[in-house]
Design a protein around this ligand. Sequence first.
Ligand code: KG4
Ligand code: ZN
Length: 336
Amino acid sequence: MLVLGIESSCDETGVALYDTDRGLLAHRLHSQVAMHRDYGGVVPELASRDHIRRLLPLVREVLGERSLTLQAIDGIAYTQGPGLAGALLVGAGFARSLAYVLKIPAVGVHHLEGHLLSPLLADPRPEFPFVALLVSGGHTQLMHVAQVGAYETLGDTLDDAAGEAFDKTAQLLRLGYPGGPAVSRLAESGDPARFKLPRPMLNSGDLNFSFSGLKTAVLTLRNRHPEDAARADIAAAFQGVMAEVLTEKSLQAMRQTGSRRLVVAGGVGANRQLRQRLVAETAKLGAQVYFPPLDLCTDNGAMIAFAGAMRLQQAQSGARAFSVKPRWDLQELPRA
Ligand code: KG4
Ligand code: ZN
């Protein structure tokens, strides 16, 4: 089954072709970072308009790369949410119309399920079940994943997301948008031992996170050391705490579930120090950590094509299967 994947939930237009037999055939991305930079963040209306401009050319490119035509596609997957309403509508409207004229199925994908399953696009790919650390601009979650669609939340953030903490720290250090890669680059030249920052929730006894206190601590530190020379050391201290807390909680989740496999997904998963630390610490436990390929950590169409392919396959086999409900509560019925 050949699936066209479309991601347009925020500031990246991602398009990909995933084949259930041959794997990822092609994927293209257009990032709007340069367009939004002057505003210090994503401007929703500009994002939507740009998705409209980019989608069709990107679809032509991925098909052209494999000398395929639209008629070769068996199904279309698009990001249904969460994300910016206008931006999502562009992808959903495009995908649904194209599926209608091609007379093929379309499926709306949960953006986070896309991230969660993206390490399955890597080689080697993890077996189910596994613990997943999902760290993006809007989410910080530890999940237990038994199979596609069977997700249990083990821990969540009580306030800011990990990516948001990177982005806000970048703002405090006047590094602009987007923050994560910039903080990470600056931290490379800093001394992580010069400043001590609190390690939030490390001993909270649960698997939840909280990063807003850390943000305040960075602000206080910055006010006390406004000189340019201190910026790299602050960035290094901050990155060190993020890597430590995310790693420790992931290990706790593995101990709690008895899982030997950890999967990392979402934009912050591209952070080098976090990766190094997770690799080192899981190895000590005799466990294995899996990452998506680096270019599939942040938003992309490949993860949507893949998650959509899993869903479309399930629906296909489900169409032939049937079941009865000996006990069936009238209140469970969906609204007509
Ligand atoms: O998954 P993603 O592309 O979009 C969302 O669904 O949110 O994640 C974006 C987030 C941003 O907050 C960005 O600053 C962060 O991931 N990020 C990083 C790095 N690359 C992206 N954070 C830390 N280190 C990085 N190298
Ligand atoms: Zn994302």
